[in-house]
Design a protein around this ligand. Structure first.
Ligand SMILES: *Cc1c(COP(=O)(O)O)cnc(C)c1O
Ligand code: SF4
Length: 439
């Protein structure tokens, strides 16, 4: 789902989807993915014509030169308001701010080029590897981690490179999970994609295949029955997509998700936390709720990478922690993604959570829940003999706050205004002796 690496395929002069802006849509053309690809909006003038507004300025035009633009008419039709208050507009349309980089930003912040044993294959984690199959995407997201490579005319992995990748995977049987990525693999013709899948599937040590694609969001008509039927032959196959905002959930994208889910493909979502787009607990809640209705499991919520051209999209790490704090307890567990930072210097993905461990002792670990109730979790009895004596000696010193929990004197400490207290005080009137004492 990311754009390509420089070390791929010999550049081809042929653009598989040459634009022909004069074609006007009828209903069957609109729902044809090739029509959408051919008629992508490639410059600010065409965008203004499409939206019927005026808005281009010089810095925007310069930004679109530095990092190319391409927007499917479908995705552009989701723009509700033609300015940078609109999340779709912000993700698709170049802005002058892309030209101003802070000192922390880099071209290849994840140092992926260092983890490429063969061109087109990133092998960073022990048991899985990622293949860059193409540098082409249906839409060039303004926040893309590999935006430096966006739109390079390198259509897809050559036969020679695919053979080298196969060789590598055969000689590294510890790799059990292969991620077919890019760019966007679903911009490839179905036959070419099938050839890649079949090649990787033929390696006995590869257990699961994954595909990363954003076409469910930017080009949902790409998910044809024919494609779903082809994918179905390469199980176990998982797909991760990239919804960032509830405005991207449409009838078309819902149909695309159903088609893949009905083909038995587990679907996951990887969002990127973006300032002014989805850096808001309620927006994220709405997105996650919508996704599970579409049978898409929120998988990761990514901190924005330190890549050139995205400073204006970055949020502080605390924003992600705040969102995770909000989601837990309010939302089904299956709707809650893992918040991860893909660490600079090639550090890989690191999960970041609010702190749920408040304190600890040899006998108890003090946890807190989403409401701020502190609860002592007792460790197995075998570890607690000496510490029990200490507790008895200190019995007259009050409940002891958090230490009281850690030392086993108290089991729970709850603020009055919580569901927890309401639930248990109800119980107390129902049953004479409650099993948990509220302190
Ligand atoms: C993200 C990533 C993976 C997959 O990581 P998971 O946590 O298993 O989803 C594999 N390889 C590379 C290089 C990656 O960036
Ligand atoms: S779909 Fe968007 S985020 Fe994914 S690789 Fe393409 S441009 Fe980057």
């Amino acid at each position: 789902m990311q754009t390509s690496s420089s070390s791929l395929e010999t550049p081809s002069q042929e653009d598989p989807f040459p634009s022909s802006p004069k074609e006007s849509p009828d209903i069957s053309a609109w729902s044809n993915w090739r029509w959408q690809m051919r008629n992508r909006i490639r410059n600010l003038n065409d965008l203004q014509t499409f939206l019927g507004t005026r808005m281009a300025c010089l810095s925007q035009a310069m930004a679109s030169k530095k990092f190319p633009m391409a927007i499917t008419p479908y995705y552009a039709s989701l723009i509700a308001q033609a300015d940078f208050t609109d999340p779709i507009f912000q993700m698709a349309v170049p802005q002058g701010k892309e030209l101003f980089d802070s000192i922390h930003l880099q071209q290849d912040p994840l140092h992926e080029d260092n983890d490429m044993p063969v061109p087109g294959l990133i092998h960073r984690y022990p048991d899985r590897a990622l293949i860059i199959t193409t540098s082409s995407c249906a839409m060039y997201c303004r926040h893309c981690t590999r935006k430096r490579k966006a739109g390079e005319k390198r259509p897809h992995l050559s036969e020679i490179h695919l053979a080298k990748i196969k060789d590598y995977l055969e000689n590294h049987s510890e790799i059990r999970d292969v991620i077919i990525s890019g760019g966007d693999p679903f911009t490839l013709e179905t036959g070419i994609l099938e050839h890649i899948l079949a090649t990787i599937r033929s390696i006995p040590s590869v257990e699961i295949l994954r595909i990363g694609t954003r076409t469910l969001v930017t080009l949902p008509m790409r998910i044809t029955s024919r494609l779903a039927h082809m994918l179905h032959r390469y199980h176990p196959l998982w797909i991760n997509t990239h919804f960032n905002h509830p405005q991207e959930i449409t009838k078309e994208s819902s149909i695309a998700c159903s088609r893949l889910a009905d083909a038995g493909i587990p679907l996951g979502n990887q969002s990127v936390l973006l300032r002014g787009i989805n850096d808001n607990p309620q927006v994220m809640e709405k997105l996650c709720r919508s996704l599970i209705r579409l049978r898409v499991r929120p998988y990761y919520l990514f901190q924005c990478d330190l890549v050139n051209g995205v400073e204006h999209f970055r949020t502080s790490l605390s924003k992600g922690i705040e969102i995770m704090e909000y989601l837990r307890g309010r939302l089904s567990g299956i709707a809650i993604p893992t918040f991860v930072v893909d660490a600079p210097q090639g550090g890989g993905k690191i999960p970041v959570l609010p702190n749920y461990i408040v304190s600890t002792s040899p006998t108890h670990t003090v946890l807190r829940n989403y409401e701020g109730v502190f609860i002592a979790y007792p460790e197995p009895m075998s570890t607690s003999v000496t510490d029990k004596v200490l507790i008895h000696e200190n019995r007259d010193q009050g409940l002891g706050g958090i230490w009281g929990l850690a030392s086993g004197r108290t089991r729970i400490l709850a603020p009055a205004d919580t569901n927890h207290v309401r639930r248990f005080s109800r119980k107390r009137t129902e049953i004479a002796a409650p099993s948990t004492r509220l302190s």
